[in-house]
Design a protein around this ligand. Structure first.
Ligand code: NAD
Length: 476
């Protein structure tokens, strides 16, 4: 299948007209049942779980074919297990999350009472990227369904087989007024963002996130933007590299670095750079003894993305960087786009590898002399989606946490904060706005409606004209 901006049904205009009809059915669905019962929501979540469990082999085969090759173990973990866990988490807590919250009422307003009602927003739009194409579409959809919304998903055109399969499976599992999938590229995405959704949830690049936010603003549609950026991994002077290196290699080379929260560059104490390089090489060789034909090593998603990474490396080399391969050099035999992982040394800020999000198995190493210098380096860039710190000193860890701003943090490991459903996941500044996962997702897709319940007998009469002495006493 080729990469295309049009829908598989034919031309983009036909696709857009069809999309509007699909949207209208979902709008009618949410108008017909504005606040679905617990049982209705549970039934939808059960069907979503069954779709994931029963069709996992087809889902994994489609994703792997779209990538050229993708590690089955990685997909089982990051597409199926994480999605099932997210759906089950919603199911486990749904009853509690749906309950109205009682809120304290100040003394002078008693005996009235106050509560917060969590209501569905209506129709939620979800635009998903290609890097975890199933999980990043179905995970947010589970939260939106749990919150009682109807849902329209637009997956990425770079994973056409998976997108088509999701459309088929969602079509078989859900009624047209509950949830649907529309397929297509940037043009369909642009038309999608202009639909009058009650909430638009976008996962993708910062560049496209800006366009989506502008389109949504015209309808005053609130957005959650789950974007990317350059996530630093800070290695402390007291870090045990034998422990840290395998963890950092895991976070970097999972999905061949095509992970929004992968460490994008490592800040390493200058006197420990050689030791760091050696520890990373040992760890990478142990995890990936070969690369080209290793079933655990994932391919780069498209020729265009592989060439972009080659260009980043070439530009860095031309500007004086050196490349330290992370795994044994081997003759390329794979038919797929397997890019050998490498550290990039002697980098500077003029290089495109230090300006763009890398999104591949290349890790620049930035030496530092003092912690202040490392923190300044992080803080002079855009606010990152993730930040990692590897070390022992509690005082230093607290300084790093207090003096940097990032979407989320894992201490002494990489990536794992994302898998903790009880922690909100989302960026800040250029790495995004809003968050989801667990109850945070439920709240993102709900209107928390404040309700003030007045009683028949109360003292509010003193606040009405003609104002008297009791008024002066009450507010004095
Ligand atoms: P992308 O921004 O190119 O595309 C994302 C989605 O937007 C796709 O479905 C695409 O078809 C659609 N799109 C493209 N142009 C559009 C337009 N003009 N209007 C509306 N929609 C449009 O991103 P990508 O290449 O698929 O994914 C990689 C990026 O996503 C990286 O920057 C990565 O960091 C980020 N990402 C973030 C998270 C997160 O949770 N924060 C997760 C995964 C990926």
């Amino acid at each position: 299948m080729r990469e295309t901006g049009a829908t598989p049904e034919g031309n983009t205009h036909a696709g857009v007209a069809q999309m509007e009809a699909v949207f209208a059915a979902l709008r009618a669905g949410s108008a017909q049942d504005r606040t679905p019962l617990y049982a209705t929501r549970m039934d939808r979540l059960r069907r979503l779980l069954a779709l994931t469990v029963q069709h996992q082999d087809r889902i994994l085969a489609a994703i792997s074919a779209d990538f050229g090759h993708r590690s089955t173990h990685e997909m089982q973990l990051a597409e199926i297990f994480t999605t099932m866990s997210a759906i089950r988490h919603n199911m486990r807590h749904l009853r509690k999350w749906m309950k109205p919250r009682r809120v304290a009422t100040p003394l002078h307003m008693l005996p009235a009472s106050s509560r917060l009602l969590r209501q569905p927003l209506g129709v939620v739009g979800i635009i998903a990227p290609w890097n975890y194409p199933f999980h990043l579409a179905i995970g947010p959809a589970a939260a939106a369904l749990a919150a009682g919304n109807t849902v329209l998903i637009k997956p990425s055109e770079l994973t056409p087989r998976l997108s088509q399969l999701m459309k088929e499976l969602v079509g078989q599992t859900f009624a047209a007024h509950e949830m649907a999938v529309v397929t297509g590229g940037a043009e369909v995405g642009a038309a999608f963002s202009e639909l009058p959704f009650d909430h638009l949830f976008f996962t993708g690049s910062t560049q496209v996130g800006r366009i989506v936010a502008q389109a949504a603003a015209r309808n005053l549609t609130p957005v959650t933007l789950e974007l990317g950026g350059k996530s630093p991994a800070i290695v402390s002077a007291d870090c045990d590299l034998d422990v840290a290196a395998p963890r950092m290699v895991f976070g970097k080379l999972f999905n061949a670095g095509q992970t929004c929260v992968a460490p994008d560059y490592a800040l390493v104490p200058r006197q420990r750079v050689t030791e760091f390089v050696q520890a990373m090489q040992r760890a990478a060789c142990a995890m990936y003894p070969t690369v080209a034909d290793n079933p655990d090593y994932t391919a780069i998603v498209s020729q265009r993305h592989a060439e972009r990474l080659e260009r980043l490396l070439e530009n860095a080399r031309q500007m004086g960087a050196t490349v330290a391969p992370l795994t044994a050099l081997e003759k390329e035999t794979s038919a797929h786009r397997k890019l050998p992982p490498a550290l990039v040394l002697n980098v500077n800020d003029g290089m495109s590898i230090m300006r763009e999000e890398i999104f591949g198995p290349l890790l620049p190493v930035v030496p530092y002399d003092t912690l202040d210098e490392a923190l300044d380096y992080v803080n002079k860039g855009d606010r990152p989606l993730a930040l990692y710190w590897f070390g022992k000193s509690g005082a230093e860890r607290e300084r790093v946490l207090n003096e940097t701003i990032a979407g989320g943090v894992t201490i002494n490991d990489a990536v794992w904060h994302v898998a903790q459903e009880n922690l909100p996941f989302g960026g800040v500044g250029a790495s995004g706005m809003g968050s989801y996962h667990g109850e945070h997702g439920f709240r993102t897709f709900s209107k928390e409606k404040p309700v003030f319940l007045q009683t028949r007998w109360n003292a509010f009469g003193i606040f009405r004209p003609p104002y008297g002495r009791l008024f002066d006493r009450a507010i004095g």
